[in-house]
Design a protein around this ligand. Structure first.
Ligand code: URA
Ligand code: URA
Length: 318
């Protein structure tokens, strides 16, 4: 492929995402450099103009008609509060770690109750040198939480800006939507377990968005996630979005989420459902996307032997 072809392909992909409602994307610095080499420098004033032309719709409001039948979001108290700590300003200001990652941690869960094991593991993560090294100046490590007896374990990608501030998974807009989804399933956030592949928010230098974690970052954090699954021993895992899917089902560059969602796979010996990430739904709030996620979660409810009402079956169908 010539650089021209690659640029055209990229522009086509950006147009496609634009049609799908994506208004902001994260570009690696390398990509920006390659693009500006090809197109001429992308100056800040131009970037500003582009931003002004497509104001970011903070979070599109959920359409009333479709959501009135859903329970109101409940105020969630984490089962295990992870205290936020004062963090000293780190000297780390580059966007992606240039430091080498050591081999992923080897974790041998100690004998004891689930709570003992969870506390032990949380202690390991909070003391983890690499996790602390990678945090932004005001960021906190984010460890999973919820019920340690949960039958259902949701796995997301990485903390966002709200999560790293609070030190808790899924407390921002994506978390609010996830709470509503869990409520619509007839469960509460406290009765499931929520975790991420990453324990820290991948640093970057752009004003908006979240950088997808690199393979090194994901490989390093994965044992911590696996250990949480081992402690909770859920009946079903749900991968939210591509990062969780790649991390838990193995990286496959050809995999399209649209092809593998709605089907059972197995990860860590546990039946695993892949579905879209709630952030994706916030950017693509069409009834079709919501229905797809809901269809996937109906399968999860069936697998868990949960009762499903006619009303629940009918959510998001016309
Ligand atoms: N997105 C995720 O994947 N995880 C969070 O905790 C928040 C947003
Ligand atoms: N593509 C992604 O990467 N994630 C989603 O959740 C949906 C589409």
């Amino acid at each position: 492929m010539t650089p021209e072809d690659a640029t055209i392909a990229l522009l086509e992909e950006l147009k496609r995402q634009r049609v799908e409602g994506v208004r902001e994307i994260f570009l690696q610095d390398d990509t920006l450099t390659a693009l500006s080499n090809h197109l001429g420098p992308i100056s800040t004033p131009v970037a500003k103009k582009i931003k002004a032309a497509i104001p970011y719709p903070s979070v599109p409001p959920l359409e009333k008609k479709e959501t009135t039948s859903l329970p109101e979001p409940v105020h969630i108290q984490p089962v295990h509060t992870v205290p936020t700590k004062e963090k000293e300003i780190s000297a780390f200001e580059t966007h992606e770690s240039k430091q080498k990652f050591p081999p992923p941690p080897e974790l041998d869960l100690p004998a004891g109750s689930k709570l003992d094991q969870w506390k032990w593991l949380r202690g390991k993560v909070k003391a983890c040198e690499v996790c602390n090294r990678e945090l932004g100046p005001t960021g906190n490590i984010v460890f999973g939480g919820g019920s340690l007896d949960a039958e259902l374990f949701f796995c997301g990608e990485a903390p966002g800006v709200d999560e790293e501030k609070e030190g808790e998974a899924f407390v921002g807009p994506a978390g609010d939507l996830l709470n509503r989804i869990i409520g619509a399933m007839g469960m509460s956030r406290e009765s499931v377990y929520l975790a991420n592949i990453m324990n820290w928010r991948p640093l970057h230098t752009q004003a908006f968005g979240n950088r997808p974690p690199s393979v090194d970052e994901m490989s390093f954090c994965l044992p911590y996630l696996r250990a949480q699954v081992e402690i909770v021993k859920p009946k079903v895992l749900v991968c939210l979005g591509k990062v969780a899917t790649d991390a838990l089902l193995g990286h496959d560059p050809k995999r399209r989420l649209s092809d593998c969602r709605g089907q059972w796979s197995e990860a860590l010996g546990i039946p695993t459902m892949v579905t879209y990430h709630p952030s994706y739904l916030l950017h693509n709030p069409s009834k079709t996307s919501k229905r797809k996620v809901w269809d996937d979660l109906l399968l999860v409810m069936e697998k868990l032997g949960m009762p499903i009402s006619a009303k629940q079956r009918g959510f998001f169908s016309s």
